[in-house]
Design a protein around this ligand. Structure first.
Ligand code: AMP
Ligand code: ZN
Length: 473
């Protein structure tokens, strides 16, 4: 199997560290808000890789962290903890926010048929592991204490900028985040391993450490959680392309400093889903969710199909028109499959099936080419083999594609609504009235819950002196 490796910038033959076994690590969600469909594109494409490795006979162990502490609004240790931001927004505790959005994430994954990794580990459950690794980095001289925090010293490495295309300039802080540069850092690229005396005094979750009461930085969690479950050698590390720098660059720096040898062999980065106006982003507060698509009449698997139609190493533009085209193609494909009628006593045509299966595997062996893998399904429908063979092959391919191809078509869906039709005006007005009541009763948590629920369905509220107005879309 050929896999593109972002570390070497080329397709390489995939050879795991231990023959037959694959250790795979996935950066999990930061659970301060719903996952948007861009995040989920990344998880869908990683899921295909995971499923295909299993289909190809590998014994895969996949690990995912849940970021519930330490990921600041700026990726270079600037801003405030995203979890705290979420908690403030919804007047809840950080742990309540974490639980709510972790559950919501896995519910989205279930709808999109994304397998749950073998180990799912919240960062707050591994504080001792972080402290142990940070202590070792300090002992080895790769870390230092300054201004109360512990930093990784990137000048101790022969090469820090390991991913192509990322340079010192990308680290510029101050301008982008409107936050002062951290003067405790010896080198601009240094990053925080542990915050103690931090500028974020209202941090909700804090733990005792040899350096005082504090909390971990974001990057250390992925290195530690990966090593906790998968040991010192990792085969594949996955994530969205935005994570390559600084997050994955920092993971490599600290992991290799800690283990003293190369750590992860293959880096699998999924390019972004964009909207016509640019990158979809949780922090902008306006984003598309699976529930929103459902409320407009789409089946989540139509979105999965939409994602599989293009290659993971190309950025993808989301428009409703593109999604509609994918939805129509998906429904037609399922209808064709449903129309296959095996004749009693018909035997599976081994010889006829072999080249069709080979074409499917060749597509995925070529750097997970999912659009060609879908073409292989259409080729099965056209092939001169009997219906029994066609159905068996499609069922087999669906172990990887997970599009529910042979399940009976769901009852006719209501037609996809227009962008502005997620909720009707009466329901929105009723929700606004309920929110006003909640505010009057000083039940701000409930008021914010209603606002968040509407936001998830594309309805944005604005409070004006004359009452609350809303925009949809
Ligand atoms: P987060 O919850 O922000 O930590 O992100 C979860 C995953 O989604 C990470 O792997 C990100 O790299 C990825 N991601 C973030 N934005 C996008 C996007 N617009 N398209 C695809 N993947 C994304
Ligand atoms: Zn990570």
């Amino acid at each position: 199997m050929q896999l593109y490796n972002s570390l070497t910038h080329k397709k390489e033959e995939f050879v795991p560290h231990t023959p037959g076994k694959v250790g795979m690590y996935t950066c999990g969600p930061t659970v301060y808000h719903f996952a948007h469909i861009g995040n989920l594109r990344t998880y869908i494409m990683e899921d295909i890789l995971d499923r295909y490795l299993r289909y190809a006979g590998y014994d895969v162990t996949r690990v995912m962290n849940i970021t519930d502490v330490g990921h600041l609004t700026g990726d270079t240790d600037t801003g405030e903890d995203k979890m705290l931001q979420g908690a403030k927004r919804e007047h809840k505790t950080v742990l309540e926010i974490a639980k709510y959005y972790t559950d919501a994430f896995f519910e989205d994954c279930r709808k999109l048929r994304i397998r749950t990794p073998d180990h799912v580990q919240p960062a707050t459950g591994c504080i001792e592991d972080f402290i142990r690794v940070i202590s070792s980095l300090l002992e080895k001289g790769y870390a230092y204490q300054a201004g109360g925090n512990i930093y990784f010293d990137t000048s101790k490495l022969e090469k820090y900028y390991v991913f192509h295309g990322f340079r010192e300039e990308d680290l510029a802080v101050g301008v982008r985040d409107g936050v002062e540069e951290d003067r405790n850092k010896r080198n601009q690229a240094d990053f925080v391993l542990w915050f103690t005396k931090s500028k974020f005094d209202n941090q909700e979750l804090k733990w005792n450490s040899p350096w005082g009461l504090g909390y971990p930085g974001w990057h250390i969690e992925c290195s530690c959680i990966s090593m906790k479950y998968l040991g010192e050698y990792l085969d594949i590390h996955c994530g969205g392309i935005d994570n390559a720098f600084p997050h994955h660059t920092n993971e490599i720096a600290q992991s290799e400093a800690y283990v003293g040898h190369p750590w992860c062999s293959y880096w699998f980065h999924v390019l972004h889903l964009n909207t016509a106006s640019g990158k979809m982003s949780k922090s902008k507060g306006e984003f598309l969710t699976v529930s929103l698509l459902e409320s407009k009449g789409y089946d989540p698997l139509e979105y999965r199909y939409f994602c599989l139609q293009s290659h993971y190493r190309k950025s993808l533009v989301f428009t409703y028109e593109n999604l509609d085209n994918a939805a129509v193609a998906y429904r037609k494909l399922k209808a064709k499959i449903a129309a296959l009628t095996p004749v009693a006593g018909e035997a599976y045509d081994e010889a006829g099936a072999a080249p069709l299966k080979a074409a499917f595997c060749a597509a995925l062996d070529n750097d997970i080419n999912t659009s060609l893998a879908i073409t292989a399904v259409y080729d099965v429908l056209k092939a001169p083999v009997n219906a029994t063979t066609k159905l068996a092959l499609i069922e087999d391919f669906d172990r990887v594609l997970a599009l529910d191809l042979t399940a009976p078509a769901a009852e006719e869906k209501k037609p996809a609504q227009t962008q502005s039709g997620a909720l009707d005006a009466a329901s929105i007005e009723a929700a606004i009235a309920a929110r006003a009541e909640a505010k009057k009763a000083k039940n701000y948590a409930e008021a914010d819950r209603i606002r968040a629920e509407l936001a998830a369905q594309g309805v944005t509220l604005t409070d004006t002196p004359n009452g609350t107005t809303y925009t949809v879309g």
